[in-house]
Design a protein around this ligand. Structure first.
Ligand code: CP
Length: 308
């Protein structure tokens, strides 16, 4: 049985394969409308979500399947003290596949070790968010036509932003990728990402604090919000929260073909005036997320033979 806990659970060949299916889904949605007839996804969300949970649910409904689940720990028996291991054993009796978001790092891994059905990590604490990464990669490949030979700026909360950690892991496997890590000193990428991914693989990167200086050299800018829910100290959050705000003045410094991505939700870090710039693709990114999650569900349920 396959699970998706980290983006590295998929080889680059498997990623290409999923993105090819996702591209075909976009062109020929009717071909996929009944692939998951009589299948159920359980969305087990112990933390708030708009995009990820509803994207999974939309993906399964688009495939002809159905959805069960909960959207907060308080509305599940976690509130009575039930463990993740016990919960997934129960859910394995009800559903064919599960997507889980949990505030604790490693929770999805624990679930996968106790599960009778494929488990997808929909975000575990400040650790990883592999389906956001699939979404990001599919967006980049669809709009840039490649995943290699690019300078990628990652800006904002690089310490707690799990989407950033997953994206670095995934892009580091492609040739000619260079990272510009733009953050305040307090919110730098964790040392395990620097040492075990970037340094270990010899990936070129620089850590900078100025977004303005970085912008002229970027092929992609990945903006992130400061992750309020992961701060222990509210004063520290308030001090950091508006550290970067992308405005049209700043966009004037960027190349004409630079793409701006954001996993969303946005707080203040991208001014709404930027939304109408053709380089701002964060709302398109959400639609690509549905296609790639449809492809992932088909793949993990081993239903590709039903594609006609
Ligand atoms: N990108 C993302 O994970 O959004 P949600 O928190 O709304 O799921």
């Amino acid at each position: 049985m396959k699970h998706l806990i980290s983006p590295l659970d998929l080889t680059t060949e498997e990623l290409d394969h999923l993105m090819n299916i996702a591209a075909d889904i976009e062109k020929n949605p009717d071909k996929y409308a009944h692939i998951c007839d009589r299948k159920k996804i359980a969305t087990l969300f112990y933390e708030p979500s708009t995009r990820t949970r509803l994207s999974f649910e939309t993906a399964m409904l688009n495939l002809g399947g159905s959805v069960i689940g909960f959207s907060s720990a308080d509305s599940s028996s976690a509130a009575k003290g039930e463990s993740v291991a016990d919960t997934i054993r129960i859910i394995s009796c009800f559903a064919d596949i599960a997507a889980m978001r949990h505030p604790k790092e490693g929770a999805a891994l624990v679930a996968s070790l106790n599960s009778g059905i494929p488990v997808i990590n929909a975000g575990d604490g400040g650790h990883q968010h592999p389906t956001q990464t699939l979404t990001d990669l599919h967006t980049i490949r669809s709009l840039k036509g490649k995943l290699d030979h690019m300078t990628v700026g990652l800006c904002g909360d690089l310490k707690f932003g799990r989407t950033v950690h997953s994206l670095i892991n995934a892009l580091a496997r492609y040739e000619g990728i260079r990272f510009v890590l733009i953050s305040p000193k307090e919110l730098r990428v964790p040392s395990y990402i620097r040492e075990e991914v970037l340094d270990a693989k010899g990936i070129p990167y620089e850590e900078v604090t100025s977004l303005d200086n970085a912008l002229p050299n970027l092929d992609l800018l990945y903006m992130t919000r400061v992750q309020k829910e992961r701060f222990f100290n509210e004063e520290e959050y308030i001090r950091m929260k508006d550290c970067y705000i992308l405005t049209m003045d700043k966009m004037a410094l960027a190349p004409k073909d630079m793409l701006v991505l954001h996993p969303l939700p946005r707080v203040n870090e991208i001014s709404v005036e930027v939304d109408s710039d053709p380089r701002a693709v964060y709302f398109k990114q959400v639609q690509y997320g549905v296609y790639i999650r449809m492809a992932l569900i088909i793949y993990l349920l081993e239903l590709e033979d039903r594609i006609c």
